[in-house]
Design a protein around this ligand. Structure first.
Ligand SMILES: C[S@@+](CC[C@H](N)C(=O)[O-])C[C@H]1O[C@@H](n2cnc3c(N)ncnc32)[C@H](O)[C@@H]1O
Ligand code: SF4
Length: 350
């Protein structure tokens, strides 16, 4: 059935709640498992080498399949979408997909997370297709540290150029995500604040997380957001701001002198599982209910085998209803069992 015909109005009561009573509100879609960077905390180069077997094109969901599944998620309560990867701008004609997704009735927000390298080339067409806002990852303005944390395939200026093109194209707000690792880039965090203070770019610091099993995560490398907040606040006083909406992952702070805002995503020291309404769709169509999940439910296989919308809805609803994930809370309580096998972030999407 063409995706335009898939409209499944469901009464509010049919919207699933998971085992911890959390609704399904957000969907993160990984449109591309490949990446043109090799950030050691995500896709360490020794594991993702030239002969690593990424998905073949036919294994990835087509745009039509993504749109069909998204409509079903919307019928179950999803209102916000984030396109991610891998590097989403490596996916050819991504603007076409954005155009289709932004026109789905019920969708209130479509966002995109990118490493920014291809953004200068694509910002205007993304905006024209209906994208309103964008998140660009940039861990440090120091060229050597940036190279170390991204794999050395491009420079800081390329990312800054991408941000500038996004600004000129009218994408707003622009958020900059920086993963902070102790002894690697934490001493350059204030430079990022200084660079973007007083502009409309919002810098958000992310605690280094133990996603996947391949990034050699060590708790000692995590800089607690509270520590970073104190360092920043000592230089530029800040006040806490209210959350924009329930379930927002970043804690927001405004500069007392009116110089804009910053955010902290603290999944290690201040887990936010209690409000988590996020589902994730991998590039090959597996439905994951947590960033730290071990298994996903394939939606692509039944879809390609001819499943009806009702059958797919039942699968999504059943998977969400059974969800009891609260990995980050358990990690904080040191109740995570040893070396469990988790899905990798580039595949499921950040
Ligand atoms: C997986 S990336 C995908 C999108 C795009 N390639 C990018 O880098 O923005 C999404 C976000 O996850 C973050 N990320 C990746 N691995 C992480 C980790 N181990 N801990 C915290 N954040 C991580 C990245 O810095 C990025 O901001
Ligand atoms: S964080 Fe983004 S840019 Fe870096 S390797 Fe992962 S997917 Fe690529």
């Amino acid at each position: 059935m063409p995706s335009s015909e898939v409209l499944v109005p469901l009464p509010g009561a049919a919207r699933p709640r998971d085992a911890l009573s959390r609704p399904l509100r957000d969907l993160r879609i990984s449109v591309m498992d490949r990446c043109n960077f090799r950030c050691p905390y995500c896709m360490p180069r020794e594991r993702y080498h030239e002969s690593y077997r990424f998905l073949k094109s036919a294994e990835r969901l087509s745009f039509e399949e993504i749109v069909r599944l998204t409509r079903l998620f919307v019928a179950l309560g999803v209102r916000k979408l984030r396109l991610t990867g891998g590097e989403p701008l490596l996916r050819a004609n991504l603007a076409d997909l954005i155009g289709d997704l932004t026109s789905i009735s019920g969708i209130e927000d479509v966002a995109l997370t990118t490493n920014g390298i291809l953004l200068a080339r694509h910002a205007a067409e993304l905006k024209a297709a209906g994208l309103e806002r964008i998140t660009v990852s940039l861990d440090s303005l120091d060229p050597a540290i940036f190279a170390r944390m991204s794999g050395g395939f491009a420079g800081v200026d390329d990312v800054l150029d991408g941000i500038e093109h996004a600004r000129r194209a009218g994408l707003s707000p622009i958020k900059v995500n920086a993963v902070i690792q102790r002894g690697i880039n934490d001493h350059t965090a204030l430079d990022l604040v200084e660079r973007f203070r007083g502009t409309d770019v919002i810098v958000r610091f992310i605690e280094y997380m133990d996603v996947g099993n391949r990034n050699h995560w060590e708790r000692e490398l995590v800089v607690p957001s509270q520590e970073l907040l104190e360092r920043i606040g000592a230089r530029w006083p800040v006040v806490p701001l209210d959350r924009n909406y329930r379930g927002e992952v970043a804690a927001r702070y405004g500069f007392s002198d009116g110089g804009g805002e910053i955010g902290f995503i603290s999944s290690v020291t201040q887990p936010f599982c209690g409000d988590c309404s996020r589902a994730r769709l991998s590039s090959d169509g597996a439905f994951y209910t947590c960033l730290f999940a071990t298994v996903g439910a394939s939606l692509r296989d039944p879809l390609r085998a001819g499943a009806s919308d009702e059958e797919l809805l039942a699968l999504i609803r059943g998977t969400w209803s059974a969800r009891a994930d609260r990995y980050s809370e358990l990690r904080a309580q040191r109740r995570v069992a040893g070396e469990r096998r988790k899905v990798e972030m580039y595949y499921i999407g950040g």
